[in-house]
Design a protein around this ligand. Sequence first.
Ligand code: CP3
Length: 320
Amino acid sequence: MRQAGRSLPEYRALRKEGSILDAIKDPALSAEITLQPVRRYGVDAAILYSDIIVPVHAVGFGIDIKPGVGPVTENPFRSTDDLKRLNDLNPSKDTPYVIETVKLCVEQLDIPLIGFAGGPFTIASYLIEGGPSRTYQETKRLMFENPELWSQLMNRLTRICTNSLLSQIEAGVSAVQLFDSWVGALSPGQYVRFVFPWVQQMFEKVSKTGVPIIHFGVATGELLNLMSDVGADVIGVDWRVPLDVARTRVGEGKALQGNLDPAILASPWSAVEEEVLTILRLNDGHPGHIFNLGHGVTPNVNPEVLERVVQLVHQYRVGQ
Ligand code: CP3
């Protein structure tokens, strides 16, 4: 959930100006950035410092990350011709720096490292919209206007993301997270038709490694049952759904991750404390819970508040 984020002064000091993609291509720097939130917060797992668009950038689609905006592309995906810019990912050739960063982190960490990829819908939305979107109008237009091209695009992205995840697993990550962050823009019917089959294919291949899969999206309250069926071991929940309700939607045999509202981290500590305790109480001692934020840390959050959140969670005892 972007713990490294822009909220850590030590992150900003190391990162300086320049493209985040250049920082990601420097394994020593990326490994150090991965370790910063672990040292600062004492969390129980680390998340690799990279970005969801790294694999599509690496195969030469022509996409960058603009500070304060997010992924942007000058030539959005429009036609069959654009598939040529989405060749298969050969991780040892295209993203050797990611593999190297994973290895450097694993050497230095005594807690698990989580690798990740972007979900095919979320990546497709950046390629098609050309940047962040509120409506996903162009993405939906492509789905309905040219379902055949949508399938081909999803096939390519699924292969790219699967290869990326498998390479991170081979390099030593202990779990992987698929961030299909913006998939909550779809109705359940749209999700079943335009996303489910591809994520299922990806999870079938990745789960053969035995490494646990976490699956997360924002505003996915109405999709939680489908995201559970698609094959992940852990379902990430944003703050909009109470954790006990999420558990009934996700069903037995799965763990949950979440779901503190990141926007309350700037509120008085008493409010933050109450929200944290509410989540832990709603979890009701269930062993399958990874306490986390419901989405990423925003840049203006005081890191001391997050330190207190981690302490509070670690000290909590069931029934409190
Ligand atoms: O804790 C970490 O920093 C882990 C590494 C990580 C980053 N991005 C680094 C990053 C992870 C796990 C991501 C995932 C990611 N990237 C997602 C999925 C998670 C989510 O938030 O929903 C998405 C949608 C992206 C795409 C993306 N990259 C966005 C929307 C932005 C923010 C743009 C901005 O500046 O406001 C980025 C840039 C980015 N990726 C930053 C970081 C630390 C911040 C900018 C920077 O440091 O240059």
